[in-house]
Design a protein around this ligand. Sequence first.
Ligand SMILES: [Zn+2]
Length: 414
Amino acid sequence: MTATPGERIYSRIGELARISDDAEGLTRLYLSPAHKKAAELVAQWMREAGMSVRIDAVGSVIGRREGLTPQAPALLVGSHIDTVSNAGRFDGCLGVVTAIEVVRTIAARKATYPFAIEVIAFGDEEGVRFPSALGGSRAIAGTFDPAILDERDEQGVSRREALAAFGCNPDAIAAEARSPATALGYIEVHIEQGPVLEAEDLPVGIVTAISGATRGFVEVHGETGHAGTVPMGGRRDALAAAAEMILAVEARAKGETDLVATVGRLTLPNPATNTIAGKARFSLDIRAPVDAQRLAAVADIQAAIARIAAEREVRAEVSLSYEAPATPCDARLMQLLTASVEGLGIRARRLPSGAGHDAMAFRGVLPLAMLFVRCKGGISHHPSEHASAADIDVAARVLASFIASYASEFAKST
Ligand SMILES: [Zn+2]
């Protein structure tokens, strides 16, 4: 019995999952020995699929299948092979292995397109080892900040040193940058990492945008006091005020499509059962695929916090520490993906990505698109993360069809 592409991809994802920095579980950090081994295996699969392979200056594995002319610009198809600690096996690897399989089938058909195809296995997506992330995709996008070469991991090893040990030349990173003359666009297949596709019984979905995010902290200053002696009427309870504010954050996002707002941390300086909290601090994480939608929510949440603070006679300080714009996917590429999904008789569900991806690095640089694959229970960054071979097979067929229709559009436009 011949395995389907989905089954071959599924089994290779299993092979990659055995390459770990830890004896137990899957942990593969950027530029680690396991990353090196995984990169070598991926490079071997790329060569077997008929690609020429190199490791670039930041440790990404790049396989290239030439187009009709040797210097033709390339369609980039990528994802990542680094993982979080104690990871699932599908996050990242699914996209890389699926891209290799699709190029293998293109080579087997001896199909040649007017553009090259490059499969890229990035190694620095998760941002676990060093403070920043997306070094691989930013190098290709031409937005790599050389200052991060001095970042150090927990052992005190710098990015620059780790790159040299991996066999890379940090001084050559700037030369990895692509331009529209050498790259046409970027597409990434990735597990959804959420429950939407499963809930709607769909194997794949088309990403509309990678949501932008605002993060920060709110400090609530009230007045501490004895839980037994201060009457309820005269209290300025910082924790009760924070609780009302947290519910206001939730209420603002509830019921508005694609907007999410989360308070994931709440800390009290000296909590005690018999003490009224004088101070409370909680986090804010607000995301939406459209920047105006997110900014409106942030403004409303700040207003609600100020109103609650005034009503409760506490002082609330909001400090927003992080702001990332949304990364919209390219309308034309989304349309090609939609036609490819519908061509398989599947409803084309469009959804935003609430999580970050390498594709973000190409914002404003290259047209980009993403295809999500259903993941069991919406669970990710955990050993029980799972995507089925049947769903992966659908993703491979959509990607192959996308590339073929991209090629026919390309032929028409040139
Ligand atoms: Zn990922």
